[in-house]
Design a protein around this ligand. Structure first.
Ligand SMILES: *Cc1c(COP(=O)(O)O)cnc(C)c1O
Length: 479
């Protein structure tokens, strides 16, 4: 496909206007460009076709199934886009007087309130722009908490199945991560935790259900062991999708949790942002929240900066406000009963796939999963087929691949998360394709090794893409 600059023709325009019937005014040279901007000159149909075609070259959730484990690539309802484009929201300035922004503040206050109820915790910030930043925010609050108590705790336990952002957040917040091993069921090894946990540890970061899609059944005992030694427990809330309206992290003993609004609450994921990763905490941690927080006094909503022990700000202004509008819309649309249904569907969809594929692929940890399940492609290794080849072959069928090679504790991992928004027909199609791929691995593995065949580009040099990052088009001719 040609670049829009390559289809540009001098003088071509995307509009046509009748002759000007008012006197033309010369704009002062002070406000004019010295040199004409090097923009493409194209007609409106050319622009339209260019971007429509471009939008179908890559995979996305509006195009087809996207079972990328742990990322919760659920459908983003278009009503969210309608509300987040309302003038009353888009025309706001973040420094406007509060009395003129009551609607926006109310929306943030109510969204915070819903989220707190969902997890049963006491206080919240909507400021972080992603899950990873939510983790950093909460663990920094842990740091301030222990500093206040004159306790020099240095370490935080992180399970070996955790997302890479967990140890990174621990490091960024001034602690050192120590690995908490899993047992042979893929769950936290509780007796090991008892041995490891002492007063040098600020606490534990846990993902529940964990990244194998398994619910930590001994979660109450786990949080109690950490609390007994004065530690705090953080829930990586990226896997909240199967818990909504069924159980609450606050009841399990967690002190802090982040939400990924772009996962659980249907706001768009996009190139690492803009997302939103609100953090809810207990009363004990509330004094350390980033400022401002949205409060309600009498019947007025207000931005509260009066937190002397705050960790400070983690984002400009109040976070990604229009993402919050989308999540609020979703919550108002589905309501309390709908939340429970979302989680039940997410769990049912995941188990349907895993149960129907477990004889074709290897299931490393048996039993039922929550909203996602992990299979292994290791049986295909004999045929010289790698899990990456399966991932690439799925693209030929118009399907995105599951997460591959994560969690790290499963070799040739295929982590499948269908989400709640898929129909049985879509799940059946995915299952059929996965069975076909399994068969092809036996009969003609070369089809898999050389996949994808039907995509605009074939196998990319992923190492080169990372090492020689090119994010900008430069016009060779315009220099
Ligand atoms: C997605 C994810 C994160 C990080 O969230 P971002 O919003 O991508 O920063 C952390 N932990 C787990 C388990 C995740 O799936």
């Amino acid at each position: 496909m040609e670049l829009i600059f390559e289809i540009s023709k001098q003088g071509r325009k995307g509009y046509s206007l009748s002759a000007c019937d008012v006197p033309e005014i010369e704009i002062s040279a002070r406000f004019r460009r010295k040199k004409i901007a090097a923009l493409p000159e194209v007609s409106e149909p050319q622009v339209m076709r260019h971007f429509v075609n471009l939008s179908s070259m890559n995979h996305h959730v509006d195009k087809d199934f996207y079972p990328l484990g742990s990322c919760t690539m659920k459908y983003n309802p278009k009503i969210n886009e309608e509300t987040s484009r309302l003038d009353g929201f888009t025309d706001l300035h973040p420094l406007q007087p509060e009395k003129t922004t009551q609607g926006a503040l109310r929306l943030m206050y109510e969204l915070g309130d819903y989220l707190k109820k969902i997890v049963n915790l006491d206080a919240i910030t909507l400021q972080p722009a992603a899950g990873a930043q939510g983790e950093f925010t909460a663990i920094s609050m842990f740091k301030t908490h222990f500093n206040k108590q004159n306790e020099a705790r240095q370490y935080i336990l992180v399970p070996d199945s955790a997302h890479g952002t967990n140890p990174a957040s621990v490091n960024f917040s001034g602690f050192k991560p120590i690995t908490q091993p899993s047992n042979d069921k893929g769950l936290v090894d509780v007796s090991k935790l008892k041995e490891l946990m002492n007063e040098e540890f600020a606490g534990l970061m846990l993902t529940n259900p964990n990244t194998l899609g398994l619910f930590e059944k001994e979660v109450k005992e786990i949080t109690a062991i950490v609390h007994e030694k004065g530690g705090l427990v953080y829930l990586d809330g990226a896997n909240l999708n199967p818990l909504l309206g069924i159980t609450r992290p606050g009841d399990m003993g967690f002190d802090a949790v982040h939400f990924n609004l772009h996962k659980t609450f249907s706001t768009p994921h996009g190139g690492g942002g803009p997302g939103a990763g609100p953090v809810a905490v207990t009363k004990t941690l509330a004094p350390y929240l980033p400022v401002p927080i949205v409060s309600k006094r009498d019947s007025m909503y207000t931005l509260d900066y009066d937190l002397p022990d705050t960790i400070g700000k983690v984002q400009t202004f109040y976070g990604n406000f229009l993402v919050l509008v989308r999540a609020y819309t979703y919550l108002r649309m589905v309501g309390e009963q709908g939340l429970r249904k979302i989680s039940k569907s997410a769990i049912l969809n995941a188990n349907y796939i895993i149960q129907l594929l477990k004889d074709d692929y290897y299931l490393p940890f048996d039993g039922f999963c929550m909203h996602e399940g992990v299979l292994s492609g290791k049986a295909l290794r004999d045929r010289g087929v790698k899990t990456l080849d399966i991932a690439k072959r799925l693209l030929d069928f118009g399907l995105h691949a599951p997460t591959v090679y994560f969690p790290l504790i499963v070799s040739e991992a295929l982590m499948i998360e269908p989400t709640d928004s898929e129909s049985k027909e879509t799940l059946d199609y995915f299952i059929d394709v996965m069975k076909q791929i399994r068969k092809d691995a036996e009969d003609h593995p070369d089809i898999l090794k050389s996949a994808p065949h039907n995509t605009p580009v074939r196998r990319l040099d992923e190492v080169k893409a990372i090492k020689e990052l090119k994010v900008k088009w430069t016009n060779q001719n315009s220099k």
